[in-house]
Design a protein around this ligand. Structure first.
Ligand SMILES: NC(=O)c1ccc[n+]([C@@H]2O[C@H](COP(=O)([O-])OP(=O)(O)OC[C@H]3O[C@@H](n4cnc5c(N)ncnc54)[C@H](O)[C@@H]3O)[C@@H](O)[C@H]2O)c1
Length: 247
């Protein structure tokens, strides 16, 4: 039997990158998948691709920084598939600048998507999961939230906030049978890291003890473990998928 047979999973920011890899792997493992993003064209393509391999998927527009969209995402899962078992809070952005040069709007935008977005979707999903006294929430943080990073004060603060939110939610929701965990990826090959300046990329790559960057599927496999029954006794944890960067 597949690890997520019959489960319903919603993944934010899953049009591309790590979110897409999670959506595809979860679908292959038997989950009915709600792909959601702000990039509607790419999001619809991802859902179509998943249906193309014989799995179930729908696409829903959801800007995680808008609490109404977060409610809409949960409603869409319930309407289409009758439940929501797994939420992956994956949507995230960067707006890098040195602290003293960082614009107010770059601070606010990153916090409103990377941290408030996780709160919005977690609150909406928890209400639905509490009714069934079961559920699993996985938040995609970052090693930058653990060790910090030059030029990423906004991003690091948001990702550290996600870890605090994960642990509080895990404590609060445990008695409803809901597990909440986080994954802190290191350097993963996606559009987010592709836009880093060459010199910065080389510098980051040289700090990876395993000696090579991760693929989106490396993060997806950790998410699959956390979402599956194999992790039924694990909550409030942060798993680093980073080739050893922040050990
Ligand atoms: N790539 C890495 O090395 C790395 C490392 C650590 C953590 N992460 C985290 O992993 C997650 C996915 O990153 P990625 O590398 O796949 O990035 P990506 O830029 O390739 O994909 C991010 C997705 O989020 C979507 N998105 C942007 N704003 C949104 C919003 N307001 N609401 C909903 N969706 C929105 C984008 O359209 C895109 O599809 C992010 O939270 C990121 O911070 C990535």
């Amino acid at each position: 039997m597949r690890a997520l047979e019959g489960k319903v999973a919603a993944i934010t920011g899953s049009a591309r990158g790590i979110g897409k890899a999670i959506a595809v792997l979860f679908a292959k493992e038997g989950a009915k998948v709600v792909v959601s993003d702000v990039d509607d064209e790419a999001g619809k393509r991802t859902a179509e691709e998943i249906r193309g391999i014989g799995c179930e998927a729908i696409y829903v527009h959801c800007d995680v920084s808008d609490p109404r969209d977060a409610e809409g995402l949960v409603k869409a899962a319930l309407d289409a598939f009758g439940a929501l078992d797994i939420l992956v809070n994956n949507a995230g952005i960067t707006r890098d600048a040195l602290l003293v040069r960082m614009k107010d709007e770059d601070w606010q935008r990153v916090l409103s998507i990377n941290l408030t977005g996780v709160f919005n979707c977690t609150r909406a999903a928890a209400r639905a999961m509490m009714k069934r006294r079961s559920g699993c929430i996985i938040n995609i943080s970052s090693v930058a939230g653990i060790v910090g990073n030059v030029g990423q004060a906004n991003y690091s603060a948001s990702k550290a906030g996600v870890i605090g939110l994960t642990k509080s939610a895990a404590k609060e929701l445990a008695r409803w049978g809901i597990r909440v965990n986080a994954i802190a990826p290191g350097f993963i090959m996606t559009e987010m890291t592709a836009k880093l300046p060459e010199q910065e990329r080389e510098k980051l790559l040289s700090t990876i003890p395993l000696g090579f960057p991760g693929e989106p599927e490396d993060v997806a496999k950790a998410a699959l473990f956390l979402a599956s029954d194999a992790a039924r006794y694990i909550t409030g944890q942060v798993i680093q998928v980073d080739g050893g960067i922040a050990m």
